[in-house]
Design a protein. Structure first.
Length: 409
C-alpha cells in the first residue's frame, strides 16, 4: 500500500501514545517514500516503551518532517524515492510489522544491488536531520565509571593501556570501600539532578547495595529470564528448518511476559514492574550476542545500549567473572549448574570493554565536558579522564577514590 493512502484507523494496533503521535503527524508521513517510512515507524511503534531521550528524538524528528514543505520533502528524500521495491514488499503489512519489513528490505537491497544507494540516502538524511535538530547539551557533565577485575588477585599484564593516553593513571589509590564510594557518588548525582533513567548502575554479577533512585540491572537478577530464554532458544533450534534469520525473528517478537519480566512477585530488581525497563532488558537478552551466557558480554552490551538509548548523566558499570567458553549448545543446554568461572579472562574482557564504554560516552552531546573513571576493583590502579585530568600522565601519590572524584567533577 502506498504511504499516501495512510489513514488514522490503520494504526489502531499501536500503543496509545504511539498511535496519538502518528495520527498527529499523519500528513507528513503520507509524503514519505516507502523505502524510508517503515524504518521510522519501527521506532514510533515502540514509543510508549522508550526512554525519555528516545521519545524526545522521535518527537523532534516528526516535528521537523511536518515542518517541511512538499518540495523540501522531495529534496530530502529524493535518494529514497529512487529505490525500487518489489511487489511483495509493497504489499507487506509494514504498518503493523515495520521491523520485519526493514529486515526483508535489507535482504532485498542486497540482492538487487541497491544497498549502496540506500546507504547514501540514509547518510544524507541523517546529516540534514542533525543540522535541523541540534542535540541538547546535558544539564550536568556526564560521568562514566567502569569497575573491572572482580576476584582477580593480580593482573598478569598492564591494565588500561588504551585509556592511559587520554587521561591520568594513578597507581596508589586506596581501595578500601571503593565500590561503596563510587555508588554513593552516583547516588549523590542522582539526588542533585533527578532525571528519569538519568543515573544507572549495571552489574555483570550480583548488584551491591545501592540507592533505589538509580536505574539498576544485573546479570544475577535476570537469571530467571535468561533461563527462560535459553529454554525457548533450545526449543526453536530443534525445529526442522530453523535457521539464524528465522530464530532472530522469533526472538524479536518476545515480550517481557514471555520471560517473566512483567510482574513483581518479590520486589526483585529483575522484575521491576517498569514497562520501559522490562522491554530494555528483553532486548538486551534477545538482540545481544552472548548476553544470555557471558556476564562480561551482558555488562558491555547493557552499557552500550544504555548510553545509546537512555543517554544517562551517570553510568556505573561493574564487571564480574564470566564462565569459561564452551560450545554454544552446551552453554545453552542449562545442564551445568556450576559453570567454571574465568576471572583472568574476564579481566581482559572488561579492560577492553572499559575502552568502548568511554568511546560510546564520547559519542553523546557534551562529550568535551564529560568525565570517565576506570578502577581495578580492590586494587590501587585507576585511570581518570576529564577536562581537569592531564592527558598521558601518571601519579604515584597516595589518595582515595572520593578525593579523586572531587578532582574530576
Amino acid at each position: 500500500m502506498p504511504s499516501a493512502e495512510l489513514k488514522p484507523e490503520q494504526f489502531r494496533g499501536y500503543p496509545p501514545e504511539a498511535r496519538k503521535l502518528v495520527t498527529n503527524d499523519l500528513a507528513a508521513l503520507q509524503r514519505l517514500p516507502l523505502s524510508f517510512l517503515p524504518s521510522l515507524l519501527r521506532e514510533v511503534i515502540d514509543y510508549d516503551f522508550k526512554f525519555p531521550a528516545e521519545r524526545k528524538a522521535i518527537e523532534k524528528e516528526l516535528s521537523n518532517l511536518s515542518s517541511l514543505s512538499v518540495q523540501q520533502t522531495k529534496d530530502w528524500f529524493q535518494g529514497f524515492a529512487q529505490i525500487r521495491l518489489s511487489a511483495q514488499l509493497e504489499q507487506f503489512d509494514w504498518i503493523n510489522s515495520p521491523a520485519q519489513f526493514v529486515e526483508q528490505l535489507s535482504s532485498y537491497l542486497w540482492t538487487t544491488h541497491q544497498l549502496d544507494a540506500f546507504r547514501v540516502a540514509a547518510l544524507a538524511y541523517a546529516e540534514r536531520l542533525r543540522a535541523a535538530v541540534p542535540q541538547e547539551v546535558p544539564p550536568m557533565p556526564r560521568l562514566g565509571i567502569t569497575v573491572v577485575g572482580q576476584g582477580v588477585a593480580r593482573a598478569e599484564e598492564p591494565l588500561f593501556r588504551k585509556l592511559r593516553p587520554h587521561g591520568a593513571y594513578f597507581s596508589r589509590i586506596q581501595p578500601e570501600n571503593g565500590l561503596k564510594v563510587l555508588l554513593d557518588a552516583v547516588a549523590a548525582r542522582a539526588k542533585a539532578h533527578p532525571v528519569a533513567y538519568g543515573h544507572w548502575y549495571i552489574d555483570g554479577g550480583q548488584e551491591a547495595v545501592h540507592d533505589p533512585g538509580l536505574t539498576c540491572i544485573s546479570y544475577h537478577a535476570l537469571e530467571p529470564a535468561r533461563t527462560a530464554l535459553s529454554s525457548k532458544i533450545r526449543v526453536e533450534i530443534e525445529r526442522p528448518g530453523m535457521g539464524p534469520e528465522t530464530l532472530r525473528t522469533v526472538l524479536a517478537q518476545l515480550h517481557p511476559a514471555d520471560l517473566g519480566l512483567d510482574h513483581v512477585p518479590d520486589g526483585s530488581a529483575a522484575q521491576s514492574g517498569d514497562a520501559v525497563l522490562d522491554r530494555f532488558q528483553v532486548k538486551l537478552l534477545t538482540e545481544g550476542s552472548g548476553t544470555q551466557v557471558f556476564s562480561t558480554t551482558f555488562a558491555q552490551w547493557a552499557a552500550r545500549e544504555a548510553l545509546r538509548r537512555a543517554q544517562p548523566l551517570t553510568l556505573l558499570v561493574r564487571f564480574a567473572p564470566r564462565q569459561r567458553q564452551k560450545p554454544m549448545n552446551e552453554m545453552l543446554s542449562g545442564t551445568d549448574g556450576h559453570a567454571e568461572l574465568d576471572p583472568m579472562g574476564s579481566l581482559i574482557d572488561a579492560d577492553n570493554a572499559a575502552y568502548y564504554n568511554w568511546l560510546n560516552q564520547r559519542r553523546l552531546p557534551g562529550a568535551e565536558q564529560s568525565s570517565f573513571l576506570v578502577w581495578f576493583e580492590n586494587h590501587g590502579e585507576v585511570v581518570a579522564i576529564g577536562p581537569s585530568m592531564a592527558r598521558g600522565t601518571e601519579s604515584t601519590t597516595a589518595t582515595d577514590l572520593q578525593t579523586l572524584l572531587s578532582w574530576m567533577t
